[in-house]
Design a protein around this ligand. Sequence first.
Ligand code: ADP
Ligand code: MG
Length: 250
Amino acid sequence: MSILLEGISKAFGSKVVLDRIDLEVREGETVAVIGGSGVGKSVLLKTIVGLLEPDAGRVVVDDQVVTELSREHLYELRRRVGYVFQFAALFDSMTVKDNLAMGLRRIAGMDAEERAHRTEEALRLVEMEGYEGQLPGQLSGGQRKRVGLARAVATRPKYLLYDEPTTGLDPVTTSVIDRLILKMDEELGVTSVVVTHDMTSAYRVADRIAMLYDGRIRFTGTPAEIQAADDPIVRGFVEGRPELMQESTA
Ligand SMILES: Nc1ncnc2c1ncn2[C@@H]1O[C@H](COP(=O)(O)OP(=O)(O)O)[C@@H](O)[C@H]1O
Ligand SMILES: [Mg+2]
């Protein structure tokens, strides 16, 4: 059970964001997708769950061709694919517990008792038990990210997609989130895609790293392989040395 992107292209007006992207995320693997701001990382993630339709190419998740699914099957697929949004996207007027239960309400045949059980289980996984009755506004940035993660895992997905899970967090909180990402892999056996521009995080959580640049996958390899890459564009990004990335004329 894997995620497969074949020749994915996406443009907005005349702006080509993704240009024939091929990417495979194998069962049980965590792939980090790295790249600068605005390079198309979120667009890529959204095409995986059918939130955005590519102009060309095929997305296959769990042997299902996402790009050809009916609306009904798409909803069903999204239950197997947890999506952790960049800004947690919690409802401010709802308690932590109700935020989690919301996502579960859409699952047909699940009663209130099962929802409560799943909610508890998910909060325990992200080490946020005892916060059920809090409002998002009472939580720190890192805690909100953890609730966003709990909401994604409450449906017991086989896949987890993370959009910038550590952006805006301090280094200590970042390491907490990275540890939770690894914990989800171990305890749930999920297959994951982590979109990030934080190389420390990418090295910590990823089996493989794919770098998105100028619409294309510029590099794919293990953390050790990317650290040894010769390509100045890759090295410039990975080492935080824009002067190496001459093509970008930044
Ligand atoms: N719905 C949309 N309509 C128009 N342009 C969009 C839309 N979504 C993304 N874009 C553009 O696509 C590019 C890539 O965006 P995004 O994937 O969000 O970048 P990032 O790598 O920072 O996540 C940006 O130039 C953005 O403005
Ligand atoms: Mg983004």
